[in-house]
Design a protein around this ligand. Structure first.
Ligand code: PEP
Ligand code: MN
Length: 369
């Protein structure tokens, strides 16, 4: 993959949202279903001081036509009541310029762009053009597919029309293999985004990652342990009967319990802690250096074997030898306390590279011996 860099101009969260302490918490139903449902849910959520922003889908991107597609403009009026009655900031998903126009007309505080929209740069650009010169914060969810550049590109499009109050929302990625999650978290992607744009806040959406209530606590804790800046959690006063995403929504009471159960760890400790941490990190750096040298030495010998096999017209892949290596290294490694799944992946990776190098040798006609 080509190295990516970015030049985002981002205003730190604390400069535009008054969060005193702890993560930014956004909660509310997947969809606004009726005035009663929205106000009842908001009343209970307003009782949880940690929640600063009330979310609600007004236009729902559904897989098939004919399913509930959201309350539309009517829902924005209910949301206005939520804001007036409970003092919560509000956020809705916008997928096209007409949504932006209506959301602004009804005083929505923050817009969000959903995963299905972020996959399409034309749609994102159309939204960006619609908010040009407006002072409205925007949250950008990751695209459905695990493509960091597409996510970053959408954020850049919003940023380039002068919006610097931006939050990235990590909602997991579509994944073909069997997994307990509705959308695989693939934490390495938001972590890489943080590395590329350290000032960009990232809020995690455990609801759409999990797809089910019982995983919410673990995913939320993981998000905080990875220094993510907040959580967006779907909550409905009667989750079992929610029209959309019933399996993943929780009641405001359950939300309160979830939030209370979270352990907020400090990002840095005292001097003594820092000192010890630095010592351990130096040790890790040294070991990584040794690992790389050993790996390079292994590959040199592999090249020698390749030359030798070529000279003697022997095939590259020797299945029996490889099966023997796997068994032997797995047993050695597991005795040393290494996980066998991890070892299998690592050994296969090393083996693939060895085969690759030997193939190169076989293909080189005039290689020096
Ligand atoms: C949502 O937040 O309700 C939603 C539709 O999410 P996503 O775009 O992440 O699927
Ligand atoms: Mn939803």
């Amino acid at each position: 993959m080509q190295p990516v860099s970015t030049d985002l101009q981002i205003l730190p969260l604390a400069e535009w949202l008054h969060i005193v302490d702890g993560p930014l918490i956004i909660a509310g139903p997947c969809s606004a279903e009726s005035e009663e449902q929205l106000l009842k849910t908001a009343e209970q959520i307003a009782d949880i001081p940690a929640v600063k922003i009330f979310r609600s889908g007004i236009w729902k991107p559904r897989t098939r036509p004919g399913d509930f597609e959201g309350a539309g403009e009517e829902g924005l009026k209910w949301l206005q009541k939520v804001k007036a009655k409970y003092g919560l900031k509000t956020t809705v998903e916008v997928a096209e310029p007409s949504h932006v126009e209506l959301a602004l007309k009804y005083d929505v505080d923050i817009l969000w762009i959903g995963a299905r929209t972020v996959v399409n740069p034309f749609s994102v650009q159309a939204i960006a053009d619609a908010i040009k010169e407006k002072d409205i914060p925007v949250m950008v969810k990751n695209p459905i597919n695990p493509d960091l550049k597409l996510w970053l590109g959408a954020i850049e499009r919003i940023n380039s029309v002068g919006i610097n109050k931006i939050i990235a929302v990590h909602r997991g990625f579509h994944y073909f293999e069997k997994s307990p999650f509705r959308n695989a978290p693939m934490w390495e992607i938001p972590i890489e985004l943080k590395r590329l744009a350290p000032r960009l806040p990232i809020v995690v959406d455990p609801s759409h990652i999990s797809g089910r209530r019982d995983l919410l606590q673990t995913i939320s804790q993981r998000a905080l342990d990875l220094e993510m800046d907040g959580l967006m959690i779907e909550s409905h006063f009667d989750p079992q009967h929610a029209i959309t995403d019933a399996a993943q929504q929780i009641s405001p009471d359950e939300l309160k319990k979830l939030l209370t159960g979270l352990i907020i760890r400090k990002k840095t400790g005292d001097i003594e802690f820092q000192h010890k941490l630095e010592e351990l990190r130096t040790e890790v750096d040294k070991i990584d250096g040794e690992l790389l040298q050993i790996l390079a030495r292994r590959m040199e010998i592999i090249d020698e074997i390749g030359d030798y096999k070529k000279e003697n017209k022997i095939t590259i892949l020797q299945m029996k030898r490889w099966a023997g290596i796997i068994n032997d290294r797995l047993s050695q490694g597991t005795h040393l306390g290494l996980d066998s799944d991890f070892l299998t992946r690592l050994l296969n990776l090393i083996h693939d590279e060895s085969i690759h190098r030997q193939t190169e040798i076989f293909n080189k006609i005039n290689r020096k011996k």
